[in-house]
Design a binder for this molecule. Structure first.
Ligand SMILES: [Zn+2]
Length: 374
């Protein structure tokens, strides 16, 4: 199938784009965007919506797995779309789409209490060397994309949730933040504390650490963590409580609206072994609205080499890539910021477009009487 597509690409585009890396070709070949979006719509048309009973009857359930309804909106029906398989064939899972809110998630999912089984020891060993340098470069680019949030950390508290070996905390320290992190891997936390000078990493959940549970954070960061959370509603309610007035929650995760997902389907790079849920700029607000955030803003992702200006692409193709990403909201990563309240929007949105979120009726306070007479 893939080779047939490659052959078709050869026929249509010749060898003009051979030097463009695979991850960028989809964005720069003329007309490809429309083809991939048509491919996506056809997949949705052809994939039936199934009842949970029917789905569960034919789907094997692993020991550490459980069937779930849509985590964001509670819809029990689903549209099975993808079946990613590991390169070595050692893992495989099923990805479904919620027919009500469009959320993409793994079903069966992983039981939260068995999450540790996914992260057997040794998970932190590749967080060094070249990998570490690339990671830190991506963090720098991400911080720049969200300017002014990370420009000056002096006097501001930052929590890095899922801090790993402290690669980001180190950068946050350098920018002046009073930075702390939490992670579930003892190896990683030990490495992080070796790396840090003023900041500190803790093992466990935020509520386990009194200094963190006290809250009052100006910034909370979730770098490549969101897709791993099996109970995001609970987690985001906690994040909202931990934020100070004017605080922001910063998110970097794989983009479920990526044009590369529409092109590569089950072979998409975002379907990694341990990812559980896949968000887009359309579905993330459903989660944020439910958990009491006031607004959402985004920074389109053009890819590390484009943003770091290390790419060999000629300027004309770079411009086309940027246009395609913007027009389709289809970069491979989703970079989002969630504003705790109106004050946060005023302070940090800058020129960014903000999608305002109204709380659910059950959570909303009654509106104050309008006595101004206007
Ligand atoms: Zn849903």
């Amino acid at each position: 199938m893939v080779s047939a597509r490659r052959l078709l690409g050869k026929l249509v585009y010749g060898s003009r784009y051979d030097k463009v890396p695979w991850g960028q070709r989809v964005y720069v070949r003329p007309g490809e965007r429309l083809i991939r979006e048509a491919q996506w719509r056809r997949l949705l048309r052809r994939s039936p919506i199934v009842e949970p009973e029917d789905y569960q009857a034919r789907m094997p359930l692993g020991e550490i797995e459980e069937f779930i309804d849509c985590t964001l909106c509670g819809e029990p029906r689903m549209q099975p779309l993808y079946e990613p398989v590991g390169e070595d064939g050692k893992w495989r899972y099923h990805v479904v789409r919620c027919p009500s809110c469009g959320f993409l998630y793994r079903n069966p999912n992983i039981r939260p209490e068995r999450l540790g089984d996914l992260y057997a020891k040794g998970y932190s060993k590749f967080l060094t060397g070249k990998y570490a340098a690339n990671r830190q470069r991506r963090y720098q680019l991400t911080m720049d994309a969200f300017s002014p949030v990370f420009d000056d950390g002096a006097g501001r508290r930052l929590l890095d949730f899922g801090c790993g070996a402290g690669l980001f905390l180190e950068l946050a320290e350098q920018r002046g933040f009073d930075a702390v992190g939490v992670d579930l891997s003892p190896d990683s936390v030990a490495q992080a504390n070796e790396r840090l000078t003023r900041g500190r990493a803790y093992l466990g959940a935020p509520e386990d650490v009194p200094e963190i549970a006290a809250g009052g954070f100006d910034v909370i960061t979730l770098w490549s963590v969101l897709a791993h959370l099996p109970r995001p509603v609970d987690d985001f309610r906690r994040f909202r409580e931990l934020l100070a007035p004017g605080g922001v929650l910063m998110i970097l995760t794989v983009n479920a609206n990526s044009l590369l997902l529409k092109a590569y389907e089950s072979a998409w790079s975002g379907f990694t072994k341990n990812h559980l849920m896949f968000y887009s700029a359309d579905t993330l607000p459903v989660l944020l609205r439910r958990t009491g955030f006031a607004g959402a803003g985004y920074a389109p992702f053009y890819g590390d080499t484009i943003e770091a200006r290390t790419t060999n692409l000629p300027e004309s193709l770079r411009a086309r890539l940027r246009r395609t990403v913007k027009a389709t909201d289809g970069g491979n990563m989703l970079r989002a910021m969630a504003f705790a309240d109106e004050e946060a929007i005023t302070r940090w949105a800058g020129s960014r477009e903000v999608r305002r979120l109204r709380a659910e009726p059950a959570a909303a306070k009654p509106a104050p009487l309008d006595l101004t007479g206007t």
